[in-house]
Design a protein around this ligand. Sequence first.
Ligand SMILES: *[C@@H]1O[C@H](CO)[C@@H](O)[C@H](O)[C@H]1NC(C)=O
Ligand SMILES: *[C@@H]1O[C@H](CO)[C@@H](O)[C@H](O)[C@H]1NC(C)=O
Ligand SMILES: *[C@@H]1O[C@H](CO)[C@@H](O)[C@H](O)[C@H]1NC(C)=O
Ligand SMILES: *[C@@H]1O[C@H](CO)[C@@H](O)[C@H](O)[C@H]1NC(C)=O
Ligand SMILES: *[C@@H]1O[C@H](CO)[C@@H](O)[C@H](O)[C@H]1NC(C)=O
Ligand SMILES: *[C@@H]1O[C@H](CO)[C@@H](O)[C@H](O)[C@H]1NC(C)=O
Length: 332
Amino acid sequence: MKLSFLATFASLVLDTSSKPTRRDFGLVGFGKDNPFGPTIGGSGGETVTVTSPAALVSALADNTPRTVIAEGRFNLTTRLQVGSNKSLIGSGKGAEISGKGITVADKTNVIIRNLGIRFILNHDGITIQNSTRVWIDHNEFESDITHGPDYYDGQCDIVRASDWITVSWNYFHDHWKSSLLGNSDAIRDVDTGHLHITYHHNYWRNEGTRGPAGRFGHQHVFNNLYEDYHYQAIHSRSDNQVLVEGNVFRGNTTEALSTYGLVIPDDSPNTSPDGDYEIDGFANLGATNDWGPATINITQVGNFTKAPYEYELTSLDSVEQVVKAGAGLGRI
Ligand SMILES: *[C@@H]1O[C@H](CO)[C@@H](O)[C@H](O)[C@H]1NC(C)=O
Ligand SMILES: *[C@@H]1O[C@H](CO)[C@@H](O)[C@H](O)[C@H]1NC(C)=O
Ligand SMILES: *[C@@H]1O[C@H](CO)[C@@H](O)[C@H](O)[C@H]1NC(C)=O
Ligand SMILES: *[C@@H]1O[C@H](CO)[C@@H](O)[C@H](O)[C@H]1NC(C)=O
Ligand SMILES: *[C@@H]1O[C@H](CO)[C@@H](O)[C@H](O)[C@H]1NC(C)=O
Ligand SMILES: *[C@@H]1O[C@H](CO)[C@@H](O)[C@H](O)[C@H]1NC(C)=O
């Protein structure tokens, strides 16, 4: 009794003298506060545990509310289609997805957490298309940059009028083109007014471009850690608006933020060796960022000056430690 009381007391004292050891990993941002209500995934429905690709595919196929706990390794032969009203959660230290990635298309209310999504070829790790209310949290995305920019596709691409999404506490590493929002000029009118996405407390390491690259939408990018982001981290182009605050840039990171429309040659040299010209985007800076060694190029200041919801900023000097300790698998 006395011992455990003392232990509790000691840890409380430690907490106040250093940093909080327990984090609130609850949903924050556009995935929570939006006109349609918070993303709740499968809550209220049954919970099932699956251990084979076939069982995983079938548990996610319909739109019935369901929490699907994925346990083990899933080497998929077709893309995993996630239905509406689903929570897909990796068990324990995380479930592994390889072979094919995950698609959320024409759906609403989807949560994906604690999955290791690795070396996906010919398509994105996760594609969110024409879907609303999605929370991508505490996953790990991994491939390599040695094969060049066009060998793999995106890690988490969000397109076709998708909206009200939060991407939080993910570990994105060893990949070229991370996260593209809005993928085609031909559907500018479809995307415009959508793509409200919050990116917070993600850890990006050894990446090339698109952390994220936004077009036509609004993104709030706060408290992320970028380490060795080689070419260009945050890109806002084609009338996109970003609110960028409390982020930390480290290592060999070249350009932290740009609104200059040019899609740099390093973003897609195989298809466009000289780069592609698009019109510029907009950026606003909120709480101070630590740009580290990186440059910024803000050609147009926008009007996305304040996020329309409550959120707690991590203090700038603890972002690096908090994100490294909290992002990725086995934390929830
Ligand atoms: C997945 O299956 C394919 C085809 O059988 C195989 O080539 C690949 O090595 C497997 N990947 C993993 C990670 O097991
Ligand atoms: C599940 O999702 C669909 C959209 O695909 C929605 O219309 C429906 O109301 C949801 N069902 C429940 C029980 O929440
Ligand atoms: C988008 O998804 C909705 C279902 O949520 C569907 O009714 C609509 O046809 C889809 N739009 C396109 C362009 O695919
Ligand atoms: C930084 O990254 C760029 C792009 O990958 C590379 O050309 C350069 O050599 C790197 N610099 C250092 C000091 O590692
Ligand atoms: C910054 O943007 C301007 C256009 O306003 C462009 O001329 C310049 O090359 C950009 N700088 C870099 C380093 O890309
Ligand atoms: C914000 O700026 C964009 C681009 O100039 C403009 O189209 C939009 O109407 C502005 N929004 C508001 C609320 O002023």
